[in-house]
Ligand binder design. Structure first.
Ligand code: PRP
Ligand code: URA
Length: 211
């Protein structure tokens, strides 16, 4: 595994919140809140090295040179549906970010993603993209999403994920030579239904209470 392109969030608060997320008795409201909080923490880490520019400001006491984020606004792109749960948390950290959407539905038998929707802000090819999906199982959905973004001419893609399988990480790193993956945990394996073990179940159903 090329570990240069994978960051596993190593923070006590992340581990604590992820344990509550995994627990089958955690209700949808709390589950959705935790997805947002973990997404915000990941976005905080993933934007650590954004380019800065100097600006002149006046404090109440003196003039000084301060810094602000340079360049174009970021675009958050959730993979529907479950990725939607990560958007608001990231927007709290980066309120000026734009939001695009990519709809993918995994076929229950083949486990292959079926794309059903795509809408990105104009000019996305010149912006940094935070592609977000809480689950990276076979990797099929994230790979298809990144292929779509690359075909649009997008160069700068970071994938924010909460729980990954080793198979999904390997597949995504092989499929795309450049994407950087942030995740809170790399679990043991996939089961015969291509669900992550131990994982947290079906993220979309748990966020939206559909089961
Ligand atoms: C889930 C999840 C990912 C995908 C991961 O979505 O949110 O998008 O599966 O699996 P993969 O890595 O094997 O592609 P799902 O297709 O179940 O749709 P949902 O978000 O609408 O529930
Ligand atoms: N999608 C989910 O929501 N959970 C998994 O474990 C795998 C795919």
């Amino acid at each position: 595994m090329n570990t240069d392109r994978v960051t596993v969030m190593d923070h006590a608060m992340v581990k604590h919140k992820l344990s509550i997320l995994r627990c089958k008795d955690t209700p949808s409201k709390l589950f959705a809140e935790l997805v947002g909080e973990l997404a915000m923490m990941e976005a905080y880490e993933a934007t650590r090295d954004l380019p800065l520019e100097d600006i002149e400001i006046e404090t109440p006491l003196a003039q000084t040179t301060a810094q602000q984020i340079e360049g174009k606004k970021l675009v958050i792109v959730p993979i529907l549906r479950a990725g939607l749960g990560m958007v608001d948390g990231i927007l709290e950290l980066i309120p000026a970010a734009r939001v695009g959407h990519l709809g993918m539905q995994r076929d229950e038998k083949t486990h292959k993603p079926i794309p059903y929707y795509a809408k990105l802000p104009t000019g996305s090819e010149n912006r940094k993209i935070l592609l977000v999906d809480p689950m990276l199982a076979t990797g099929g959905s994230a790979i298809m999403a990144i292929e779509h973004l690359r075909k649009m001419g997008i160069k700068d893609i970071t994938f924010l994920n909460l729980v990954a399988s080793p198979e999904g990480i390997e597949a995504l790193l092989s499929a795309d030579p450049d994407v950087h993956i942030y995740t809170c945990a790399i679990d043991e394996r996939l089961n015969e239904d291509a669900y992550i073990i131990p994982g947290l179940g079906d993220a979309g159903d748990r966020i939206f209470g559909t089961k």
